[in-house]
Structure formats: structure tokens, C-alpha cells
Ligand binder design. Structure first.
Ligand SMILES: [Cu+2]
Length: 314
């Protein structure tokens, strides 16, 4: 029937044909369907599982089934591998399933391991969001280049502008925080060192509560991923959820690695990829209602009280 397809796609095809939901199949010639090397995506931080293949997939979400942990996606052709069709994909990250909305365009990686296949690295892919983020990232790159040796933003300077995605997959422009004080840091969800990102997140949780208890109202917490290749909106959503984090005034942001790179340079944080992990420094930056950097402290063991005191002052 489709002799060139892999076991997973053959299985998917036969299941969907039986279910009558297949669209656009049968147009490809048998023999032209060997998986093409160029259809697989490059994934530097992906775990290297022997025999695993990854394919870039784009399509439209038709339905998310949270109970069965599947997304039903009307996907575009995967060149040399599978024609456009509607099919079910297993999705492990609950945040991805919760963020998925019918009608939403996504891009993702389809991972094939033997007979098993599933979706990972799911990102919103509608034109408006994609263009807003690309434009902001270009502006940020331009800004870094214009600043040259003065790339690092001192206390008293404006915060860098950005448009990134939050844990719900919504585009967030830095200007949204104008009129509010921001406590901003960088973390990544897979950070294995308890005294680094996990400690920083615990402190931010303490700060969120302490500031609220102290009657501070106009403040937002912002944690930007150091590992946007892995930390998709759905992964960040799950990170916040398993820790019981209140995201009413705490945004977890991610986006193009270039955007993160320029923000790190402008805020003076060092990140180095080392094998499967990331070595990095930590800083917590306070930004005032006018969007100016008013205070910063390096490391993960900063005094919560000091931030509460400063947040209360204005
Ligand atoms: Cu870390």
C-alpha cells in the first residue's frame, strides 16, 4: 500500500484509513517515499536515542484530548516521508495539550522511535505571532550591534525590549509591563543544579508571596528561559504547574534563541552550552514602572526582603 513509509506512518495510515479520517493520501507514488535525510531536523539538545528520527512538522490543531494525551493535527506534507493528512499524535507534556487550541497553527518535531511516534517541541506558528517575534528579535539584534561595547545595560538604563511567548503560547511584548515593577531572571527547566535555577525559582515564589503579603500590587515576575530550544511554552507551563506557581503575575517566557542571546548580553548574564547541559550565571533584575533597570543582584541566594523593601518603596 505504502511500502516506502516507516512502520509508524504505515500504522497511522492504516488506522486513519480504517477510521475514515484520512485526507490527501494516495497521491504520492510508492517508491518515492523513503524518509529523506533532509526532512529530519537538527536538534542539538535532543537526547540521542539510537534509531530515533525527528521530522519537522507543521499543521493545524483540530483537537486536544487531554485524557488520552493526544493531539489531533491536520498536518502538512512531511517531504519524502508522509503526505498531508489528519492524524493523532501522542504528546507527553501536559502543558502542550492544555495550550493547544482548535484552529491553531503549530510547528513541532515528530519523533519516531521504532514503532512509537509522538510530538515534541510544539510552538505556535500563526503568521501574526511569528512575525511579531521575528521583528522584535531583529530589532534586538540590531540594538546589540548598535550598542557595541556598551551592550551591557547599567542601572538606570532602560530595560531591553522584546517580544517572546509566555507559558500559554501568547506573544508578550515588553511594553505590556510598563507601569508595573518587574523582577526578571533567567532559568531553564532542565537545570540539574539545585542551588541554581531551582533555588532561583523557589526564591521568586517566596518573593511573589512576600510582596503580596506586604501589599505590593503593581509588580510582575518574569522568568526567561536560558534553553529555548527545549523550553517551549508547554514545557514552561508544566514547570509552573508542577510547582504550584501562581502565574497571575508571573510570566515564563521563551522564544528564538537569538532573542535570548541578545537579552543575556544586554543584561550581563553568561551562558555556555556544555554537552547536554548549560553552564550559566544568575542575576535577578528589578525594573521600575518607567521601564528602567533600578537594581540587580547576582547569584541565586539574594535576600527576598531586600526586593520586597524596594518594591514597596514606589
Ligand atoms: Cu540553572
Amino acid at each position: 500500500m505504502h511500502p516506502g513509509y516507516s512502520p509508524a506512518s504505515r500504522l497511522a495510515l492504516s488506522l486513519l484509513m480504517a477510521a475514515g479520517v484520512l485526507t490527501g493520501c494516495g497521491k504520492r507514488e510508492a517508491g518515492a517515499t523513503q524518509p529523506a535525510a533532509n526532512a529530519a531536523t537538527q536538534s542539538p539538545t535532543a537526547p540521542s536515542v539510537p534509531g530515533e528520527k525527528r521530522y519537522a512538522l507543521t499543521g493545524e490543531v483540530l483537537k486536544a484530548d487531554l485524557a488520552r494525551k493526544v493531539l489531533i493535527v491536520q498536518h502538512d506534507e512531511i517531504k519524502g516521508y508522509m503526505p498531508a493528512m489528519t492524524m493523532e499524535f501522542r504528546v507527553e507534556t501536559s502543558g502542550d495539550l492544555q495550550n493547544a487550541k482548535p484552529g491553531q497553527r503549530i510547528r513541532a518535531e515528530m519523533v519516531e522511535r521504532g514503532d512509537d511516534y509522538f510530538l515534541e517541541k510544539i510552538w505556535p506558528d500563526d503568521a501574526v505571532t511569528t512575525q511579531a517575534i521575528a521583528a522584535a528579535t531583529n530589532a534586538l539584534a540590531q540594538d546589540t550591534s548598535t550598542r557595541g561595547k556598551g551592550v551591557y545595560r547599567e542601572i538606570g538604563e532602560e530595560m531591553p525590549l522584546f517580544t517572546l511567548l509566555d507559558q500559554e503560547g501568547r506573544a508578550v511584548n515588553a511594553n505590556r509591563f510598563r507601569g508595573k515593577q518587574i523582577v526578571l531572571n533567567f532559568i531553564f527547566t532542565r537545570c540539574p543544579i539545585a542551588t541554581m535555577c531551582p533555588a532561583a525559582t523557589l526564591r521568586m515564589m517566596d518573593l511573589q508571596k512576600a510582596a503580596k503579603d506586604a501589599g505590593v500590587k503593581n509588580f510582575e515576575l518574569v522568568s526567561i528561559s536560558l534553553d529555548p530550544e527545549y523550553d517551549t511554552p508547554g514545557v514552561l507551563k508544566e514547570y509552573a504547574e508542577v510547582r504550584g506557581i501562581d502565574t497571575a503575575n508571573w510570566s515564563f517566557l521563551t522564544g528564538p534563541d537569538a532573542a535570548v542571546r541578545h537579552l543575556l548580553a544586554q543584561l550581563g548574564i553568561i551562558r555556555e552550552f556544555e554537552g547536554a547541559t548549560i553552564k550559566h550565571t544568575l542575576a535577578t533584575v528589578l525594573i521600575n514602572e518607567q521601564g528602567k533597570i533600578s537594581y540587580r543582584i547576582d547569584g541565586s541566594s539574594w535576600p527576598v526582603d531586600e526586593f520586597v523593601r524596594r518594591l514597596k518603596r514606589s
